[in-house]
Design a binder for this molecule. Structure first.
Ligand code: DSN
Length: 412
């Protein structure tokens, strides 16, 4: 099917976004560049199909082909992560978390999760999010010295609170989470362990990060971060939990599944089984470690002293500026990052003292540790002289050369 492009205004915005992605160096830790095949699946006739229900048990006729698509996605998810069951319908990670919480406990139940201020996630009990509105959340944090999860505090809180769910997972935490220790604490406290592995799913798939699946009856993830698929959510669980998970996803929190996105998830899950993906995941880790070490070498403090995954938290307060200023100045040279609170931050969230950097997207572009060393110098140069236009001009030129040498898409 030839794609018509009659809506010039709309397509101009899309083309501008494609050009922006090619031009800028993407360090937002939750973003990546999906393959052309993944993107093609989302532009197919599957977008036309309603398929409320599950394969073989739908509320609409004509579902024989989308059944095949959803079965492929479910089987591939189970095989990739070694899970007993999978639900591939959640529209997003937050939708997956809503369904998972509803599957494990009743509204009003007590849940213990990592604090957002220390690296958790909005859907882990923020007061204005559904999770904080409908559940009684309590939060553990990081140890002030090591800036790592304080497992003694997790245990003490779990034993005192006896939450229905102990939730492990983060969106701005650069260290390994000890899933086996979380599982032991959950057992001791009479809680069920839920893991949100949205950020690290691709690293787990690539075999370079410990998997939570053997330790938790329910694991949620997104498919578009390190896993490099389409935007969306997914739930893995054991055979005992799947019935309630399925009913919480549909009709619990969603209506018709997005079959075009589920097709794209199936493609991404297949891609993640290829040997090349394991190499990609390992390089993503190497790049993050190299970037962290090089930035530290230039005098920027790295939260917790380093990284064990795809992201690093940089305390830009250590060079006397706010996260907001760092984000703005780096944006001006086409390096894209997001400001982020660091643990025990004294600045408000809209200002913040940190930036969060992730290497998943640049690794997809084929950049390696040499590129990370250059990038660290450029970031340190810009943040060390945020008002110096001559530094910005030089770095902007160097960034442009590196971006042009690593096109994301053919013809991009
Ligand atoms: N907004 C995502 C992130 O940036 O980590 C999480 O949902």
């Amino acid at each position: 099917m030839n794609m018509p492009r009659t809506d010039e205004t709309l397509w101009r915005a899309v083309d501008d976004e494609s050009a922006r992605q090619e031009r800028q160096l993407e360090l937002i830790a939750s973003e990546n560049h999906a393959s052309e095949e993944v993107m093609a699946a989302m532009g197919t006739t599957l977008t036309n199909k309603y398929a409320e229900g599950y394969p073989g048990r739908r509320y609409y006729g004509g579902c024989e082909h989308v059944d095949e698509v959803e079965d492929l996605a479910r089987d591939r998810a189970r095989e990739l992560f070694g899970a007993e069951r999978a639900n591939v319908q959640p529209h997003s990670g937050t939708q997956a978390n809503v369904a998972a919480l509803m599957a494990l406990c009743e509204p009003g139940a007590r849940v213990l999760a990592m604090s957002l201020d220390h690296g958790g996630h909005l859907s882990h009990g923020h007061a204005k999010n559904f999770s904080g509105v409908f559940y009684e959340f309590h939060h553990y944090g990081l140890d002030r010295e090591s800036e790592r999860v304080d497992m003694d505090q997790v245990r003490d809180m779990a034993l005192a609170l006896r939450p229905k769910i102990l939730l492990a997972g983060a969106s701005a935490y650069s260290r390994l989470l000890d899933f086996a220790a979380f599982a032991e604490i959950a057992e001791e406290a009479g809680s069920r362990l839920m893991v949100d592995m949205a950020h690290i799913a691709g690293l787990v798939a690539g075999g370079v990060h410990p998997s939570p699946v053997p330790h938790a009856p329910i694991v949620t993830l997104t498919t578009h971060k390190t896993l490099r698929g389409p935007r969306g959510g997914l739930i893995l669980c054991d055979a005992e939990t799947i019935k309630v998970v399925n009913s919480r996803v549909f009709p619990g929190v969603q209506g018709g599944p997005l079959m075009h996105v589920i097709a794209a998830k199936a493609i991404a899950l297949r891609e993640a089984r290829q040997p090349a993906f394991a190499v990609y995941a390992a390089r993503t880790l190497e790049n993050a470690a190299a970037l962290a070490a090089a930035l530290a070498g230039r005098g920027l403090r790295i939260v917790s002293g380093g990284t064990e995954n795809h992201l690093l938290m940089v305390d830009v307060g250590s060079v006397g500026i706010s996260g907001q200023l760092a984000e703005d100045r780096l944006h001006a040279v086409n390096i894209t990052v997001n400001k982020n609170l660091i643990p025990f931050d004294e600045r408000p969230p809209m200002e913040a003292s940190g930036i969060r950097l992730g290497t998943a997207a640049l690794t997809t572009r084929g950049m390696g540790t040499d590129a990370m060393l250059l990038l660290a110098d450029w970031i340190a140069d810009v943040l060390g002289a945020p008002e110096d236009e001559s530094v910005a001009k030089r770095v902007r030129g160097e960034v442009a050369e590196m971006a042009a040498a690593h096109p994301i898409y053919a013809g991009g």
